[in-house]
Design a protein around this ligand. Sequence first.
Ligand code: UD1
Length: 375
Amino acid sequence: MANRAEKKEILCIVGARPNFTKIAPIIAAIKSKGKYLSPYLLHTGQHYDEAMKASFFKQLGIPEPDVDLGVGSGSHAVQTAEVMKKFEPVLDDRKPAAVLVVGDVNSTIACALVAAKKGVPVIHVESGLRSYDRGMPEEINRVLTDQISDLLFTTERSAHDNLQKEGIQSERVVFVGNVMIDTLMKNVENAISMEQTLAEAKVKESFDAGFGLITMHRPSNVDDKVVLTSLINTLAKLSEQLPMIFPAHPRTKGFIEKFGLLDKIDKSNITLLPPLGYLHLLGFMKNAKVVLTDSGGIQEETTALGVPCITLRENTERPITIAEGTNTIVGSDPDKITSAFDDIMSTGGKAGCVPEFWDGKAAERIVEYLENWVK
Ligand code: UD1
């Protein structure tokens, strides 16, 4: 075993909620399997609330970050620029062997860009996913991060075709599977019971007869009054057939209040909850009859759990969840949402299967590869 001084540092970046579930197994695998590697964890501070950050670190056993840039919220330009400004001196100081970024949030592109311009190798986990919708900020982050990454790990094989079309050499691209599913498999048995979460939130209703789970936070769904009103009206109507639980992202809660939709929700069978920790949400997700969501990660988690998923978006960058999993794309059209919902209520939804390499070992494959790659 190499001693610590001989180990090469991998500077791992997290910023927002969906990053935490991806970095947890990578840090754990570097620590347990990395003979020649050691992790250094940097949190940009893009997400900072107890519910959006701290509870994830605790529940997923992620060590406290070695450094927190504390950038907080802002416009895309401000947030990205703040991360870049504050990241540069840390990178200069640490001189890591490589910078590892995950997913597609603003912190991902910001840190990748700083590292690439300084000649520090960039590793991107969850590369090559494309919605082909440049209206999504995440799509821009994905395309740019992939272009400047030296090593690209993918979760599904369709990603390789996308990267090839963009001129990225196949030697830089490695199919390893889905690290987020590593986290899901490790934690599914430890999910916090629905009863406990509902009691903590002082909710009296029982959901024993079945329920649907709603999550929504995409700007295209929640920032526009007409779209959000139509979605809430449709979901309120569906809740007459099946009660719904709706943990709302701070952004979504803000717009629900701003557009005067709280009363509509109060009068429906939708139970609004604050954002939930990972194990809390998992307790609902694994027991839901259907999940209605605009999240990328939840499309994948429901596929891995075999739970029917209705995606409230016009497209997905994760097509394997449609081709092989339990996912159906409907956008925000009330008729399409209702028809997909009715189908799931009457047939139980698509059977689906768990995609290749979504087997709980993706992070181990990454570390195994990195041991030889990092010189
Ligand atoms: C970000 C990601 C998105 C991801 C989502 C998961 C980008 C471009 N978007 O979107 O891909 O799916 O995280 O949640 O990076 N806020 C709080 N507390 C927090 C963090 C945010 O109240 O701890 C509120 C603030 O009002 C903030 C708003 O949420 O302005 C949006 O946060 P931001 O990080 O800008 O984007 P998200 O919508 O969370």
